[in-house]
Write a protein that binds this ligand. Sequence first.
Ligand SMILES: CC(C)(COP(=O)(O)OP(=O)(O)OC[C@H]1O[C@@H](n2cnc3c(N)ncnc32)[C@H](O)[C@@H]1OP(=O)(O)O)[C@@H](O)C(=O)NCCC(=O)NCCS
Length: 173
Amino acid sequence: MSSYALELLDGSHNRAGFFSGLESVDRYLRETARGHLEKGISVTRVLVETNARTPKPVLGYFSLSCISIEAKEWPGAPKGLPRQAVSAVLLGRLAVAQSAQGRGIGSMLLATARQLARETIVRSGGVGLVADAANEEVVEFYAKYGFLRVTPKGLRMFLPTASLEGGMEISIK
Ligand SMILES: CC(C)(COP(=O)(O)OP(=O)(O)OC[C@H]1O[C@@H](n2cnc3c(N)ncnc32)[C@H](O)[C@@H]1OP(=O)(O)O)[C@@H](O)C(=O)NCCC(=O)NCCS
């Protein structure tokens, strides 16, 4: 049975060989994620098999950053928020390699992102976890895990801090 490790993205990972089926998230990993990590713009973590040799194939990845949002009117946002911007954690990207999809890796990565977001919010404050779905299908993926649409037809999704507390049952098949 394989075992997996979640690592901070670095030069040992095969970014060029990652294909999720969604060009924008593949390009982000290939061209942007390392620079963003070095500059402190966002943090990308990748899932690899523990015994993988360099360049390690990337099974999946996600990126987190801290953002400011005006969430007063958002569904699920705490009552009485100020009109000004407040803090939240952004799940900027989440993707699984096409060859590894459908095995529970996406939900496992999402559960880990939730956990990291919760730790950030406990330490520094924040109203929840925000995710930008790439399309309607992905909206359904996030909705399955409690994310709410910010606007009726928009692709921005929100998981309020109170919902971050709930656990997710997950396993990799
Ligand atoms: C969306 C994505 C991350 C899901 O990863 P995955 O490892 O295949 O998902 P899992 O195996 O953990 O599936 C978890 C559940 O979500 C559902 N699901 C998977 N992909 C889905 C999708 N694209 N849309 C809706 N639901 C989806 C599965 O059916 C499963 O439901 P079940 O537990 O009822 O069977 C992956 O398909 C992917 O990387 N897609 C391309 C990139 C992308 O769209 N990223 C998201 C936006 S940045």
